[in-house]
Design a protein around this ligand. Sequence first.
Ligand code: AMP
Ligand code: MG
Length: 343
Amino acid sequence: MVTKKIKIDSQKATPELLNDAAEIIRSGGLVAFPTETVYGLGADAFNEEAVKKIYKAKGRPSDNPMIVHIADKGDILNVCSEVPPAARLLMEKFSPGPITYILKKNKSVNDTVTAGLDTVAVRIPSDNTARALIKAAGVPIAAPSANLSGKPSPTRAAHVSEDMDGRIECIIDGGDCDIGVESTVIDMTGEFPVILRPGGITIEMIKEYIPSAVENTRLTGDIPKSPGMKYRHYAPNASVTVVEGDKRDAVLKKICSLCEENGGKRIGVILRDKTEFPICADFILYAGRTGSEYASKLFALLRECDDKNAELVIAETDRSEGINTAVRNRIYKSAADNVIQVF
Ligand code: AMP
Ligand code: MG
């Protein structure tokens, strides 16, 4: 199949301009589109055959459910059966935006989208192109990230092309994603909200409105609440080692010694910032000083390490909170939990 490419200035996107892409969604095809988090791979959420194609195109395990995207808060009862008051409050504060609510599903949502669960993950993206596409399609859009399963999520259209050219009908290029890590996933079906995946809306922001909210982003039993958490994720071809600590000198010293120990391998190092330390890597990439910069560049940097044929990637992190919690969550997974803490 030839993948159609549509380029759009996200500021100027309107439902009318996205009519061709919306027609592909309505007729059961797949369209990759930008959001403020990462690029999504979308299908009509009400068309079970179309949703099956997403699992196939990504090579995604069929027990990993998808997020359903809607354009407006007013559309929420099209996909879920009730919205508890706490969910309404969070929606008022943070939606549209990078947060996904797990709610009780309603009958119109098929089992393929939810992987057989009786709950549905719902998000209202703030990105102009994403909302215009959903409006033009006139249906909720089921969409996981538009990467091959296990690879780093795409934050620009070129990443989507690398993984999806020839596998899907259309890619909308709306430029680079702002946030760069996937949405916060929060379960609103229990006694108190539980964050299953950290993201752009942080636990600190949520607790300001609902102090009882807790975080549970690690596996805690055989049946994880969020099925996607059990899979290796976000991994480049290289093996990844994370070096983490609050004293930068100690972190850099450890990175230096890891480079020496692994001298036979092609090594890429991801640092926050420039340094005087003599790091003997084959190449060094810079993620930026703030958590937001790191988040927005992380997946692109992991892909760049592949382009540069790294065999080992060593990445610097620190223990600060806020969006950095999401950065750590993603990078730990890309490293299969190979994290060295330096004190
Ligand atoms: P992605 O589509 O790659 O952004 O991943 C979506 C995430 O949301 C995965 O970790 C899924 O396991 C999780 N998810 C989707 N639907 C549900 C649900 N009904 N209950 C719990 N987690 C969900
Ligand atoms: Mg994903």
